[in-house]
Structures are given as structure tokens and as C-alpha cells.
Ligand binder design. Structure first.
Ligand SMILES: [Fe+2]
Length: 289
């Protein structure tokens, strides 16, 4: 009797049975089952197999200390969001999480209440402000907000001609009243990098590379589960078709335009027109295993 594909699958699975770490055994067994099942399902040709190898090779070669094409691939296939949803089943009104994305950087400046993360950007001024609260609605003082977004041209600092400069980023700490205020510019929708293999995949599948306007936050405080999330602009045309599937309705905030002078805004050097968005982050208490 000749060897079948199922025989090979069974033999690979048999050899994995000796994997000492039970978690690794479970992961490898499932991976092989699904991978072999996928290849059998689509009856992968040798040319397609080679194309897949080429694609993954190119994805790796595209990565550098400023470009993470594998995270982009995971994001655009919706895998990052599935991992996020499995790992952060929050309840009781805690702020929902979303993708981390490939553009966070360490070393952002620590800024005071109302500090400007967009000091070198000419976009429409905006304040994003609110509170960090616990599940009972009590303010959390000393909470840390790590904030980043693109400039008005839709580029993160690492994508500009001065990639070493940190811009459009800051770290804020809430006062005892749990309040924070970020001075920035109104976020814009932007294209994910599409000059690499992920861009090729999007074009081949008839998809666009746009992400709706958003600001990234990681909010953390002692004794609480940190949350990695975004605030999305309610007025954005790409809210329903985010290239990385990251939009959750609870994360959408309205940016309100202000056309008249405002003493509070002027204290922070802002004259009309400017925009404000209000968003409260709610953290749940840390669970200890
Ligand atoms: Fe982003």
C-alpha cells in the first residue's frame, strides 16, 4: 500500500508525543494538524508552496529595528486581535484592549498634565482628556499613560526622514483626581506600510491598507491590569474597515470642534479652532495567579 498524506501527518504527530513540555506538545500538535489540514484542503501546488516560502522569507528580510513586518502580517490577518480577545476577557466595564501594533518605542518623554506630544506638527490642535478609574468609578492617582500616534502626514516618527527623533509620543501620569490631559493634534487615518510583502498580500486580495484615525495608549497603575488600547475618532471613514480589525465600538470617541477662545485652552497655548475628545480609562484590579 502506498504512503498517503494522512500517514505523514500521523507520523509527525506520533513523534511529537515525546515533547516534554505539555504546553509545547499541545501547541505543536495542533499546529501540525491545522497546517497539514490546510495544505490538504487547498491541495497546495509545489509552486504555491515555494511562493509561500518566498513570501515568509521576504517578510523576515523586511524586518529591522524600525520595521516589524511579521507583526503587520499578524495584524492584517486578524490574528493579533484574536490573540488579544482570548487573553483579555475583561468584564465589569473595564476598558477594552486592542492591538499594540509595531510602532511603540521606549524612551518617550515624561510630560506634565496638558503636555504637548505634537510640538513639531502643524495639524489642528487637540486635547484628549479624561480620567483613569477603577471598576467602582474611583479615580486612580499615579496611573501611567504611554501615548503615541502618527503626525498629521500619517507617519510615525520612525517612518519620517528623522527616524531617530522621538516625536508624537509621551508618558503622562494622573494626579490624585485620576485626571490626564494630552495636548496633541487631531489624529488622521493612515496607511499601514504597504511597500513590503504584507502590502502585496493586501493588493492581491483586493483590500485597502487604511487604518482609521486613532491614538495609541498603554494605561497602567500599581495593583491593576494594564490595558493596551486605542481611542478612535468617531468621524473617520475607515472605522468599519480597519486594515487590522482593531476597532471596538467602546473605543470610539467624538472629537468636538471649538471655534471660540477658551481661557483653559489658552493656558496650554492653544487658540481656536481646536478639538477636544474625552475618554475615561477603566482598569480592573490585577489578578494574582
Ligand atoms: Fe497606529
Amino acid at each position: 500500500m502506498s504512503t498517503s498524506a494522512a500517514d505523514i501527518t500521523a507520523e509527525v504527530l506520533r513523534r511529537l508525543e515525546t515533547t516534554p513540555d505539555p504546553r509545547l506538545r499541545r501547541i505543536m500538535t495542533s499546529l501540525v494538524r491545522h497546517l497539514h489540514g490546510f495544505v490538504a484542503d487547498v491541495e497546495l501546488t509545489e509552486a504555491e508552496w515555494f511562493e509561500a516560502i518566498r513570501f515568509l522569507t521576504e517578510t523576515g528580510q523586511m524586518c529591522s529595528d524600525r520595521r516589524q513586518e511579521f507583526i503587520l502580517l499578524s495584524d492584517t490577518l486578524g490574528v493579533s486581535m484574536v490573540v488579544d480577545l482570548i487573553n483579555h476577557r475583561r468584564g465589569g466595564g473595564a476598558t477594552e484592549s486592542t492591538v499594540f501594533g509595531p510602532f511603540h518605542r521606549e524612551g518617550a518623554p515624561h510630560l506634565p498634565f496638558g503636555g504637548n506630544i505634537a510640538a513639531h506638527d502643524g495639524g489642528p490642535p487637540a486635547f484628549v482628556e479624561g480620567r483613569v478609574l477603577d471598576l467602582e468609578g474611583r479615580p486612580i492617582g499615579g496611573a501611567r499613560l504611554d501615548v503615541w500616534q502618527t503626525n498629521s502626514a500619517g507617519l510615525y516618527d520612525s517612518q519620517t526622514d528623522t527616524p531617530d527623533d522621538l516625536h508624537m509620543r509621551g508618558v503622562f501620569t494622573t494626579g490624585p483626581d485620576g485626571r490626564f490631559r494630552v495636548r496633541t493634534v487631531r489624529p488622521v487615518h493612515y496607511q499601514i506600510p504597504s511597500d513590503g510583502p504584507v502590502g502585496g498580500m493586501l493588493r492581491a486580495t483586493g483590500r485597502h491598507p487604511w487604518r482609521p484615525a486613532h491614538i495609541h495608549f498603554v494605561v497602567s497603575a500599581d495593583g491593576f491590569e494594564p490595558v493596551t488600547t486605542h481611542i478612535f475618532d468617531a468621524g473617520d471613514p475607515y472605522l468599519a474597515s480597519d486594515a487590522v480589525f482593531a476597532v471596538k465600538p467602546s473605543l470610539v470617541a467624538t472629537f468636538v470642534e471649538h471655534a471660540t477662545r477658551d481661557a483653559d485652552a489658552e493656558r496650554f497655548g492653544v487658540t481656536p479652532p481646536f478639538w477636544t475628545a474625552t475618554f475615561d480609562f477603566v482598569l480592573q484590579a490585577a489578578t494574582h495567579a
